[in-house]
Design a protein. Structure first.
Length: 293
């Protein structure tokens, strides 16, 4: 049970966490802060938070759990503002999509790293803001904890228990492994979606072409509607891994382009089949030609 949750950032992820705790009966009071006061006030009006505070220090005063749900580039300034206000037993988590830069910021600013447990709930929507907060957002979703060397076992266990109570599947990874993995399965796909929509829009009549898109393109490009501020920060904070994955993707794309240019249907078919089989395996399904019609 959490007596007071200090919520820094009252948008989709932070708001969903607060609502999920409330519905589970795991929090008595939520005190929220946002650098955009109107967003915090909207969160209060919607019942996402109970109290709208005027400062970071005020929002964490007396809190036994603090969740930082801000764009990753803002982490250091938030940590610096709260370092003298955290209680000696206050569990501190962030929910950033990259961990290296956040952990570095914490190590430069926080006085009590033993209470810090970085977390990444792999969940979200294209929409942002407290009006889109959803208590079911973490249900059956992955949450990755990336404890630092100083993180206490007790606080890591406490963090894991809270996420599990919200219906999430919790795992633990090292910071570097997390950022490398997310570059593959999350950050690169977002980069490609932004690039694909931008490329179409740049063509004559591009907006009209987008209106003709069917379900396949809608599924692929859906994430291009995500928060520009959030994804700018993710790309910059995890730039080395994202650039590495972009280079690997370019090689794979070039291979397909070469097959098309050469009119090599056999090689093209084999490349498509290899990708198709990998996709089926990742979803736990047998390959298409191994399944009944």
């Amino acid at each position: 049970m959490v007596d007071v949750l200090g919520l820094i950032g009252c948008g989709l992820i932070g708001g969903s966490f607060a609502l999920a705790l409330k519905r589970a009966g795991l929090v008595r009071r939520v005190v929220g802060y946002s650098n955009c006061h109107s967003m915090a006030e909207k969160a209060r009006q919607l019942g996402v938070i109970d109290v709208c505070s005027s400062s970071i220090l005020q929002s964490i005063s007396g809190a036994d759990l603090v969740l930082v749900a801000v764009p990753v580039a803002a982490s250091e300034s938030v940590f610096a503002a709260m370092q003298h206000g955290l209680g000696s037993q206050t569990l501190l988590m962030d929910v950033g999509s990259t961990k290296g830069s956040v952990v570095d910021a914490a190590q430069r600013t926080l006085l009590r790293l033993e209470n810090f447990v970085p977390a990444h709930p792999i969940a979200g929507k294209e929409a942002s803001g407290p009006e889109h907060a959803d208590p079911d957002l973490f249900l059956n979703r992955q949450v990755v904890l990336t404890p630092v060397a100083a993180s206490s076992v007790r606080q890591v266990e406490r963090a894991a228990s809270l996420w599990k109570a919200l219906g999430a599947h919790v795992s633990t990874m090292g910071v570097a492994d997390h950022d490398a993995s997310m570059a593959v399965v999350s950050h690169l796909p977002h980069l490609l979606a932004f690039a694909a929509v931008s490329a179409i829009k740049a063509q004559p009549g591009g907006l009209d072409l987008l209106k003709l898109a069917g379900a396949e393109f809608a599924d692929f490009s859906r994430i291009a509607a995500s928060s520009p501020e959030m994804w700018r920060d993710i790309f910059l904070c995890n730039r080395e891994q994202i650039l590495l994955q972009s280079q690997i993707f370019r090689r794979a794309l070039m291979e397909l382009e070469n097959h098309v240019a050469a009119g090599d249907g056999m090689a093209l078919s084999q490349s498509i089949e290899n990708a198709s089989r990998a996709r089926f395996r990742s979803a736990g399904l047998p390959p298409r030609n191994d399944r009944s019609p």
